[in-house]
Design a protein around this ligand. Structure first.
Ligand code: SF4
Length: 430
């Protein structure tokens, strides 16, 4: 049986793409291996959002030189955001030992490459999926935020037909998935490239909602100006759609937002959060923030801090700005906020968020919450203590002691008995 090795860095979109490539390989009879030397086919899925991520891939490609020396017959594929229209011509000169440079999500190109090279008589075999699976519904991005490389690498927004998504979800559920995460860089833009802008994301929710065996639907990432009242209402109306919205604000200062080319104001963002909270009871909201964007003054940072303090969101992923070659910010703006200032701002937001989350989670003490059990946490965190790990509908991590039988994929009621800012601990209800 041929073997494949997979190495992925980056966001959920990359993970979903890798999952799709792995599924194709497994359907062709390939078996995953953790040994590079044992692999007949190797694919590396790259990320270019930060220079660090790209450096990691370049390091991994360095290892490949030796692997190819020992196994010249092993086929090597580089995919992900490093492979874009602007790079694809130069990459073969730089990495001549790579057999295929595959643009993100170019499934057809992948199949063609396999068809050409596979003289292998392989039998399709059933896949075994996890409890929760990613499904790309829209690829690419039209927004061109000034700090971001994604639109250059992943191209324009392109929605997948609803029937294709429904078929994929059905298949995933048949293989054991009970929760799907619908993915897009700007997931609420789904359908804007169809005539009349429909079907939209709310239609996708409806189309997959009644699939037997599917228990939960999640979606990410929302762009603040694109999430419509119809989508918000459908989160409230459709029981399987979880009450969690990931909607990055990136900053809470209007001048910084303009410089980032985010197409909304802080006032709009504040109103949006209020509207979501008014429409969807018990909703949790997470966001992304960049500190130290070129030219960000102390006062402008304060505006971001105050907005987060006022909104009291459930999760804030905060990152220091770093220059991404190829972006508008890299070309036209000086990276002029000192590293120690960036770090201090990051730490301030992290401390704020720790306090806010402690208070929010304290409010859950003693409550019964619904948890979708994902896996046996003792295997993952090596604490040795047998316990299950799952997520609440609001996407909070929950741990609770195992109760003998296998609960993976089940929705159970758990009473919250202990909280930290980052996770809940509970007891299974009878
Ligand atoms: S919305 Fe902005 S940050 Fe998000 S992928 Fe598109 S360009 Fe990048």
């Amino acid at each position: 049986m041929p073997k494949y090795f997979e190495w992925t860095v980056g966001c959920q979109m990359n993970k979903a793409d890798s999952e799709e490539l792995a599924n194709i390989l497994e359907a062709r009879g390939y078996e995953r291996t953790l040994s590079l030397e044992a692999a007949d086919l190797i694919f590396l899925n790259s990320c270019s959002v930060r220079q660090n991520a790209e450096n990691r891939i370049i390091g991994k490609l360095g290892e490949m030189v030796n692997v190819k020396r020992k196994r010249p017959d092993a086929r090597l594929i580089l995919t992900g955001c490093m492979v874009g229209d602007d790079t694809v011509a130069a990459l073969p000169k730089r990495f001549p030992f790579v057999d295929l440079f595959l643009k993100p999500a170019d499934v057809e190109g992948f199949q063609d490459f396999l068809d050409e090279g596979d003289a292998l008589e392989v039998a399709a075999k059933p896949r075994s999926m996890g409890v929760s699976s990613f499904v790309n519904v829209i690829r690419g991005c039209d927004k061109f935020c000034t700090y971001c490389i994604v639109p250059y690498r992943r191209g324009a927004e392109k929605s997948r037909p609803v029937q294709e998504i429904v078929a994929e979800v059905r298949e995933l559920v048949a293989q054991g998935t009970t929760e799907v995460n619908l993915l897009g860089q700007t997931v609420d833009s789904y359908g804007k490239d169809f005539p009349g802008g429909r079907p939209d994301l709310a239609d996708v929710f409806e189309a997959i909602h009644d699939i037997d065996g599917l228990k939960r639907i999640r979606f990410m990432t929302s762009y603040p100006a694109d999430i419509t009242p119809r989508i918000i209402q459908s989160i409230a109306d459709l029981p399987k759609v979880c009450e969690h919205v990931h909607v990055p604000c990136q900053a809470g200062d209007d001048e910084v937002l303009r410089a980032m080319h985010r197409t909304y104001t802080s006032g709009y963002y504040r109103d949006l959060i209020a509207r979501i909270r008014d429409t969807v009871p018990e909703v949790s909201i997470s966001t992304d923030v960049i500190v130290g964007f070129p030219g960000e003054t102390d006062d402008q940072f304060r505006n971001t801090y105050r907005m987060l303090e006022d909104l009291r969101l459930d999760t804030v992923h905060v990152a220091c700005y770093s220059v991404r070659p190829g972006t508008e910010a890299a070309r036209t703006m000086a990276d002029d906020v000192m590293p120690e200032v960036k770090k201090a701002r990051l730490k301030e937001i992290e401390a704020l968020q720790e306090r806010v989350l402690s208070e929010i989670n304290e409010g859950l003490m003693g409550r019964e919450v619904e948890v979708l059990v994902e896996d046996d946490a003792s295997k993952v965190n090596r604490t040795g203590a047998p316990q299950w790990r799952g997520r609440t509908r609001q996407n909070k991590l929950m741990y609770f002691p195992t109760a003998g039988r296998d609960l993976r994929g089940e929705e159970v009621k758990v009473r919250v008995e202990r909280v930290t800012p980052w996770a809940l601990q509970g007891a299974l209800m009878a």
